[in-house]
Design a protein around this ligand. Structure first.
Ligand code: TTJ
Length: 634
């Protein structure tokens, strides 16, 4: 009977199957990309994706992957089990058709699933054709069925081998060493992918083990949010994790995202649980929704005028996971890593925009923060652009364009050279006289270089004083920064011990942090520590300098106030050249503070608030953080 069946069907269909198999074995790379380890793992993804499909269809919540000692791998699920009944057209068991027919139309010969992993979807017959052997076991209708293949050809019928409890499918295969350069699977690679799949299909348990060892179990109720959590691990979050979900025309959309304190944007995306490394229409829709919602709500809440913002400005620091389930997805690009299906863009945009918009409507603080970040970003962008041009044309290391106000030093030894940045002409005068002119250069900045509270990046970089500073330092700024052009080993900020001085210091540190960060990272930036008090004893000619209020208290406690003249220095200009040398400039005795990246970062945060658009939060901030500003005195 069986023989008859086979003979009666040994026709065009069967010949085609054999030809197709040969085709796959002749040109494997056409189907799996390559025959290196990348291609090898493709085989596993293909099989696992089939089990995931069954999970997505709602019929399976357990998948187990075993790396066997004989070099084979098996994938087992508790789904419905691939049908074993005779296929209505081909008159062979459906199971066999699925495993031998190249690109069997809709998967499994019909549209059994609404969605299915599109990216890897090379077909089971390809895995089969490229395996030295493959065994499939199906539990269905109370029975266990099994069939074996060698290099794609069935070597047994679909045979019932016993009774089954429950249902499911197991595929075990060993890749063909005639095809692959290396047939060893990599545990880590498989682990990463399975873990990701467990996040994407929350509620499904996925186990991975090496034969004879204990399994690793992946099961995440947190879903995408958990995956995002891994993505932002170590970053400073500036918003909570948001999670939106929706469905339109059979397209299911799930996103999780948050903003972190960083400039770039990172989005990982999936279609039917398969990564799309090159993004595509789903990612386009998501990005545009985020920017549009922020722009619209920002304007409605009058936090934003017609600023010159781009979509990118709104998305700085965005971290997101975008996952869509799409029936029959289309992919583009050389490696098919990009979703092409046009209709998905609008659907994702719609769902994300509406959800994010209504969230922002109720969240003034978050909206304000994100809008403010966008504004800063656009100002930075403008500033970088301008500076780049400026640097190209104007600021060169050559002495010819060194600022006129710079009193340079004479040594050529960069490590020994110091640039003293002083505030105001009178302090500049003392410093010029008091310095060691062989190693110390002086650049006076005009009294108040900028009203920090009204400054923005454009103003900062247009500022004459800042340009003079950049020219004196010599490295260029931003993308053009070149440490090898540095003209001084030490750059020493010498501002006064008052609020203006603190502001200028904040501005300078911020400028260095944003535009010349390596200067700080390499430890070239210092803050001078001038004394705060001069103490004169009336009788005797003793002079004493104290550097902090604490020191003064201590001194008075021990010596009393009798016969003392205490002078509080308001500015460096109040010291004569000799005193300045003695207390602040002399490398043998002075106290320098080396600025750390942390200091500069703090200054940067302060500065962003100081120059913020809104007056209210700024006032609050200055009020409550007056101490923090002072603490930059370090
Ligand atoms: C097809 O439609 C009717 C019910 O069963 C559907 C099916 O094929 N389900 C299915 C396939 N579940 N699991 C698989 C599967 C699992 C593994 C591990 C490997 C492969 C190739 C398929």
């Amino acid at each position: 009977m069986e023989k008859q069946l086979r003979q009666s069907n040994y026709g065009a269909e069967e010949i085609k199957v054999l030809e197709d198999l040969e085709g796959v074995r002749k040109r494997p790379a056409m189907y799996i990309g390559s025959t290196d380890r990348g291609g090898l793992h493709h085989l596993v993804w293909e099989i696992v994706d089939n089990a995931i499909d069954e999970a997505m269809a709602g019929y399976c919540d357990y998948i187990r992957v075993v790396l066997h000692e004989d070099g084979s791998v098996s994938v087992e699920d508790n789904g419905r089990g691939i049908p074993v009944e005779e296929h209505p057209k081909v008159h062979r068991p459906t199971l066999e058709v699925v495993l031998t027919k190249l690109h069997a139309g809709g998967k499994f010969g019909g549209r059994a699933y609404k969605v299915s992993g599109g990216l890897h979807g090379v077909g089971l017959s390809v895995v089969n054709a490229l395996s030295e052997w493959l065994e499939v076991t199906v539990k269905r209708d109370g029975k266990v069925y099994q069939q074996r293949y060698e290099r794609g050809k069935p070597v047994s019928e679909v045979t019932p081998i016993g009774d089954a409890e429950g249902t499911g499918t197991t595929v075990r295969f060993r890749p063909d060493k005639l095809i692959f350069s290396d047939i060893r699977f990599d545990y880590e690679t498989i682990r990463e992918r399975l873990k990701e799949l467990a996040y994407l299909n929350s509620g499904v348990t996925i186990e991975l083990l090496k034969e004879g060892e204990l399994p690793e179990v992946f099961r995440f109720e947190s879903g995408l949010a958990g995956l995002l959590e891994e993505l932002v691990d170590g970053d400073t979050k500036v918003t909570e994790i948001l999670r939106f979900e929706g469905e339109q025309n059979d397209v299911h959309v799930l996103v999780a995202f948050s903003f972190v304190d960083d400039f770039d944007e990172e989005i990982i995306s999936f279609v039917n649980s398969v990564r799309t490394p090159d993004g595509g229409t789903h990612v386009q829709g998501f990005r545009s929704a985020i920017s549009k919602a922020l722009a619209e709500v920002g304007k409605r809440k009058a936090m934003l005028k017609d600023n010159n913002l781009t979509g990118d400005d709104f998305r700085q620091g965005l971290r997101a996971v975008v996952s869509v389930k799409v029936p029959d997805p289309e992919f583009e690009g050389q490696t098919k890593g990009k979703l092409g299906s046009k209709h998905v863009r609008g659907i994702v945009e719609d769902i994300v925009f509406k959800s994010f918009e209504s969230y922002l409507e109720t969240q003034n603080d978050v909206t304000r923060l994100l809008v403010q970040r966008a504004i800063t970003s656009s100002e930075m962008r403008e500033a970088f652009k301008r500076t780049k041009e400026l640097m190209k044309n104007k600021l060169r290391v050559e002495a010819a364009v060194l600022p006129g106000k710079l009193a340079d030093c004479s040594t050529k030894d960069i490590d020994k050279r110091e640039l003293l940045i002083v505030e105001g002409e009178s302090a500049g005068g003392s410093a010029k006289q008091g310095r060691d002119r062989s190693i110390q250069a002086v650049l006076p900045l005009r009294g108040k270089i900028l009203n920090v509270e009204k400054a923005n990046w454009k103003k900062v970089l247009d500022n004459q004083e800042i340009q003079a500073l950049a020219a004196a330092i010599g490295t260029g700024v931003g993308e053009n920064f070149d440490l090898s052009r540095l003209r001084y080993g030490k750059i020493i900020i010498m501002t006064d011990a008052d609020v203006d001085g603190a502001h200028i210091r904040t501005l300078l540190l911020t400028f260095f942090f944003r535009m010349m960060r390596p200067l700080i990272e390499e430890g070239h930036v210092y803050i001078a520590q001038p004394p705060l008090y001069k103490i004169e004893k009336k009788r005797g000619k003793d002079l004493l300098y104290l550097y902090s209020d604490d020191e003064l208290q201590q001194y008075l406690k021990l010596n009393g106030e009798e016969g003392l003249t205490i002078q509080r220095y308001k500015g460096l200009g109040e010291m004569n050249a000799e005193q300045l040398w003695e207390t602040t400039l002399n490398p043998e005795t002075r106290n320098l503070y080396r600025v750390t990246v942390e200091d500069a970062k703090r200054a940067d945060e302060l500065f962003s608030i100081l120059m913020g658009e809104k007056v209210e939060p700024r006032k609050d901030f200055i009020f409550t953080n007056a101490k923090a500003v002072k603490n930059l005195d370090v």
